[in-house]
Design a protein around this ligand. Sequence first.
Ligand code: ADP
Ligand code: ADP
Length: 239
Amino acid sequence: NKLLAVSNFSVSYGDGNFAISDVNFSLFDGEFVVLLGSSGAGKSTLLRSLNGLVGGCSGSIQSRDHGEIRSCSKRLLRTHRRDTAMVFQQHQLIDRLSVLDNVLIGRLGYHSCLRTFLPLPEADRRMALSALERVGLLDKAMVRVKDLSGGQQQRVGIARALVQQPRIILADEPIASLDPESSVQILSLLKDICRRDRIAVLVSLHQVEFARQFADRIIGMAFGRIVCDRESLTLEDNE
Ligand code: ADP
Ligand code: ADP
């Protein structure tokens, strides 16, 4: 079942160069796909494009549930963004807020979360706590984000994605600033979420070994183009 189909997709940032050129691929239900490429290959641009966050593009991004996201209504684009949660390299959490409040931002949005005088709906609170339990941080709910380790902060970022109840998680170099041990934990967690919660995961990495270890499928990018797209086990054939 095809969740996203990207066709003839290109992005130029307006300086005459293409960050992405003529990219074609599909993302299917239940897959754990690694987008592999070195810095500058276009991974970040592609992931942000899939979430409708990039201008200057041409081609098509077709969503199973929301149609062509490059031309859909604002309302559909909002729904698409909720269904397609992002996890970032620098996790983009708010340092001075608690872990729980950061997770709630995924549910309620940034502005509602800052209005702390409003009573918090019990259902949202329960969902945020259950996401924290899912990532193994229930006991840190009231801790401030800045007092967590890098790996723990990234798990908060994943919990924030989970409360959106997405169909797809797009993770942009989620382990780039982590040590090897935390990296394995984060990738294992994302893989487990893919398998058990049946959320398709597209994660960008620059480390071949991690891609081999975790991916169902590896899409290789270089200089803004897809250079290979295959089941991970056969990647060696190409080298
Ligand atoms: P990656 O995530 O693989 O490191 P990026 O998508 O960040 O790759 O970058 C792809 C290319 O687009 C690079 O050449 C980068 O310099 C360029 N690029 C990225 N963001 C911008 C921007 N905001 N303005 C101009 N060029 C950009
Ligand atoms: P990545 O970690 O994906 O490689 P970078 O560190 O290259 O990202 O880029 C960090 C930020 O700088 C991003 O917001 C990106 O869009 C922007 N950026 C990257 N390259 C350029 C560029 N050539 N011109 C302007 N902005 C850029």
